[in-house]
Design a protein around this ligand. Structure first.
Ligand SMILES: [Zn+2]
Length: 670
C-alpha cells in the first residue's frame, strides 16, 4: 500500500528570445534582472532545486523539492536554461538520471511548443508531440511515459496522438472529467467537486486503446495557486496525507512558478510540506512511482474538449469566451478569433509552399518535418540531418532545406498559447507570436522567393487592440519592426566589436557566428548554415558618435551605434570605458557616469547607458546607483522630449519616475 501525496510542478515561460537573433530581449519591467526568465530563475527555479529551512535545534536543513516531486519543463524553457541557467539545467538532469536508475521517472515530457493541441492542425499536433519526445529522449536518455499538455488542453484526437506516440499517462484537472464508471457498472456523471481524485483512471479511446489519467486535487491546487495555503507547509502536508489515505493520491498540480515567484516564500512552504510528508507521514512517493503500482480499475470519460484555465472548452485561445487575465479598463477580446484565423491561414499557405519546395529536395517530406525534432533537441546537427535524408545536394540546396524546415518550426512557435491568454493583443505575448510568424515568412521567402509578408498583414486587419487603438499593420509593426534583424545588422555589430576589441571580440551572437578579417566579415546563420559576406567600415566622430557602413548582397546599409543591439553596444562600451577585452559592465557604468559629469553628452551616450543597464543578468545595488548618477548627469545637460522618452523605461526602472513620467505607451503596461 503506497499513497501518493505531494506536488506536480509545471514549469513554463514564453519564449523571450528575439527570434531573428536568438538573443533574449531585455525587459525593463523585470529590473534589476535582465528579463523575466532571469528573475523567475532567481526567485523560483534555483530555489526549487534546494531550499534551506529550519531544522532541529535551530539548525538549517536543505530540502530539495524537485527530488521529492514530479515535474515537467517546457522544451523552450529548457533551451533557455541550457544557456542562461546552466546550474538549474544541470540539477534537473542529475535528478532525472539518479531516479531513472530506480525505474521511477519524475519527469513528464511536453510538446515542443506551448500550443493548444486541440486547436492545432492534426499534422502539426503530431509533430509537436514527436518533437517533445525527441527533446526528452536526448535530454534524459530514455523514452517518456507521461506527457503534460499545454494548459492541460485535451480532446479525443489529442489523446489518440499521445497514445500513438507511446505516451501512457497525462495529468488533468477535475473539471475536465464528465463521467466515471467501475468495470461492469453504469456511468456516473461527475463534476469537479464529486470526482474522486484519489484514484487513477483509464480513458478508453475510439481506437480501443487507452491512456491513464491522474487528476490533480482541484481544491488544494486552487488554494495553493490562488490562496494562502503555502504559508503553512506542515498544515498543507497533513491535509494532503489525510486526503491520500493509505493508498490513494493527493496531488497539488500548479505552475512551478507559483513557488517563490507568484508566491514569495512559496518555495519554503513546499519544502516544509515535503519534509513533513516524508518525516511525519512516511510518504515519499512521486507520481511515476505511484502509477507503477496502481493500474487504474476505473474508467473516465472526459469532456469533449477542455483545458484547466478556460470554462468553455478551449475557446480562450480562439474567441471572446470571457476568460481573461490582466484585464484593464476598456479592454475588448474581439481580437482573439481574427488572430487565430490569421495564423491558421498563414499556416496553411506557408505549409503548402514549403512542402512543395521540399518535395524537390528530399524524398520523405512529412518524415523530414517530423524528424526535425532531433535537430531541435540537439541530437544531430542541421547538416548531418539533411545529408541523412537526401543525397547529392549542393551546399545551396542544403541551406534551402534548412530554411524550409526552420520556416515550419517558427510557424509552430507562432501558435504559443500565451498570445491569446491576456487582455490585449498589443501585449508582449501576442507580439512574440507575430515575430515568430514573420521569421517563418522570411525563412520560406528566402528559400522560395515568395514573400507572404504583405498578405499576412492583410489577414491581421481584424486584430485590434482596444487599449492602444492599434490594429492590423500598426500592431504588426509594433511587434516586428524594432526587433527585426538580418545578417547585415549582425555584420555591422561584428565590425563595431572588432573595431574596439580586435582579437578579443565575440565570434558568436545568438543564432549567428561570424569571422572578421580586416574590412571583410562573413556571417553564418547556424540554423540554416547560410553564409553571407559583407565589407564595411566603422567611423567614430566626437559628436556624431559611431556608425558602421556595410555592403552586402542587398546593397549598402548604415547603422548607428544605437541600432546595433544592446548586447553589442554593451560590449563596445565596456571596451571603450574599461579597456580592450573587458566585460566589466558595472565598472563601465561607473566610468560613464563620471565622464558625463565632466563633459557634454554625445549622441551615443543614451544607447551606451541603456545597453550597460541591460548587460548584467542582475544589476547590483552599486550598479543601480551608477545608472542613476549617469542618468541625472544626462538630464542636467538637458534632454529633449525624444531623448527623455527613449530613456524613460530605464529612468522609471531605477526609481527616477519624477524625471521620466510615463507617456502611456504600450511598453509601460508590461
Ligand atoms: Zn473560457
Amino acid at each position: 500500500m503506497t499513497p501518493l501525496a505531494g506536488f506536480h510542478f509545471h514549469f513554463y515561460q514564453p519564449p523571450r528570445e528575439n527570434p531573428w537573433l536568438g538573443v533574449v530581449h531585455n525587459e525593463w519591467s523585470a529590473f534589476p534582472y535582465h528579463d523575466w526568465n532571469e528573475r523567475i530563475a532567481a526567485e523560483c527555479y534555483r530555489a526549487m532545486v534546494a531550499v534551506a529551512i529550519e531544522g532541529e535545534g535551530g539548525s538549517l536543513e536543505l530540502v530539495e523539492p524537485l527530488t521529492m516531486s514530479s515535474f515537467n519543463v517546457a522544451p523552450t524553457l529548457h533551451h533557455w536554461m541550457e544557456v542562461h541557467a546552466v546550474d538549474v539545467e544541470g540539477s534537473l538532469r542529475h535528478e532525472m538520471a539518479e531516479r531513472s536508475h530506480r525505474g521511477d521517472s519524475p519527469v513528464m515530457a511536453m510538446p515542443a511548443v506551448h500550443a493548444i493541441l486541440p486547436l492545432a492542425r492534426p499534422e502539426d499536433r503530431r509533430r509537436l508531440i514527436a518533437w517533445g519526445i525527441a527533446d526528452y529522449r536526448h535530454r534524459y536518455g530514455s523514452d517518456p511515459e507521461g506527457m503534460w499538455l499545454p494548459e492541460t488542453a485535451v480532446d479525443e484526437a489529442t489523446l489518440l496522438d499521445l497514445v500513438d506516440a507511446g505516451i501512457t499517462y497525462t495529468v488533468l484537472m477535475p473539471s475536465q472529467a464528465r463521467r466515471v464508471r467501475r468495470a461492469g457498472e453504469e456511468w456516473r456523471e461527475v463534476d469537479q467537486s464529486s470526482l474522486d481524485t484519489t484514484r487513477a483512471y483509464r480513458v478508453v479511446l475510439s481506437s480501443g486503446r487507452s491512456l491513464r489519467v491522474v487528476f490533480g486535487d482541484g481544491e488544494l491546487s486552487r488554494l495553493v495557486a490562488f490562496g494562502e495555503l503555502l504559508s503553512d507547509g506542515n498544515g498543507l502536508a497533513d491535509r494532503l496525507a489525510a486526503r491520500a489515505g493509505s493508498d490513494g493520491a493527493a496531488l497539488i498540480v500548479a505552475d512551478g512558478e507559483t513557488y517563490g515567484h507568484h508566491h514569495r516564500f512559496g518555495d519554503v512552504g513546499v519544502a516544509w510540506a515535503l519534509r513533513r510528508l516524508r518525516e511525519g507521514h512516511g510518504i515519499e512517493t512521486s507520481l511515476g512511482e505511484w502509477l507503477e503500482s496502481h493500474d487504474p480499475v476505473d474508467e473516465v470519460e472526459l469532456q469533449p474538449v477542455s483545458a484547466w484555465s478556460c470554462a468553455h472548452g478551449v475557446e480562450r485561445w480562439n474567441s471572446d469566451c470571457g476568460c481573461v487575465t490582466g484585464e484593464r479598463p476598456g479592454y475588448d477580446l474581439a481580437w482573439r478569433r481574427p488572430l487565430r484565423h490569421a495564423l491558421d491561414s498563414l499556416r496553411d499557405e506557408l505549409v503548402e509552399r514549403l512542402t512543395g519546395a521540399l518535395e524537390d529536395l528530399v524524398e520523405d517530406v512529412p518524415g523530414t518535418l517530423t524528424e526535425y525534432g532531433r535537430v531541435l533537441a540537439g541530437a544531430t546537427t542541421p547538416v548531418e540531418f539533411v545529408r541523412e535524408r537526401a543525397e547529392g545536394l549542393s551546399e545551396e540546396q542544403v541551406v534551402r532545406v534548412l530554411e524550409l524546415v526552420e520556416g515550419y518550426r517558427h510557424l509552430l512557435y507562432a501558435f504559443t498559447s500565451c498570445a491569446w491568454f491576456f487582455a490585449d493583443p498589443a501585449d508582449i505575448e501576442t507580439s512574440i507570436v507575430l515575430r515568430y510568424a514573420q521569421v517563418a515568412i522570411e525563412m520560406v521567402a528566402s528559400a522560395t522567393g515568395e514573400d507572404l509578408t504583405e498578405w499576412f498583414i492583410d489577414q491581421l486587419s481584424g486584430v485590434r487592440s482596444a487599449l492602444t487603438g492599434r490594429a492590423g499593420r500598426e500592431l504588426w509593426r509594433g511587434a516586428v519592426e524594432s526587433e527585426r534583424a538580418d545578417a547585415a545588422l549582425v555584420a555591422a555589430g561584428a565590425l563595431a566589436e572588432y573595431h574596439v576589441h580586435r582579437e578579443y571580440a565575440h565570434r558568436r551572437r545568438g543564432h549567428y557566428s561570424y569571422r572578421v578579417n580586416g574590412r571583410e566579415v562573413v556571417v553564418r546563420d547556424e540554423r540554416t548554415t547560410r553564409s553571407t559576406t559583407f565589407v564595411g567600415d566603422v567611423t567614430t566622430h566626437p559628436s556624431r558618435g559611431m556608425s558602421v557602413r556595410v555592403v552586402g548582397p542587398a546593397g549598402e546599409e548604415e547603422f548607428d551605434l544605437s541600432h546595433l543591439g544592446h548586447d553589442v553596444v554593451a560590449r563596445v562600451g565596456a571596451g571603450w570605458l574599461r579597456g580592450v577585452g573587458s566585460h566589466d559592465y558595472e565598472g563601465a557604468t561607473d566610468a560613464l557616469a563620471a565622464e558625463l559629469l565632466r563633459r557634454p553628452g554625445t549622441r551615443d551616450d543614451d544607447a551606451l547607458l541603456q545597453a550597460l543597464a541591460c548587460a548584467p543578468r542582475c544589476v547590483s545595488p552599486s550598479g543601480e546607483t551608477a545608472l542613476r548618477r549617469a542618468l541625472m548627469a544626462l538630464v542636467s545637460h538637458g534632454l529633449d522630449d525624444v531623448r527623455r522618452e527613449t530613456l524613460g523605461p530605464l529612468g522609471r526602472a531605477v526609481g527616477l519616475a519624477e524625471m521620466f513620467p510615463a507617456t502611456g505607451t504600450v511598453d509601460e503596461f508590461l
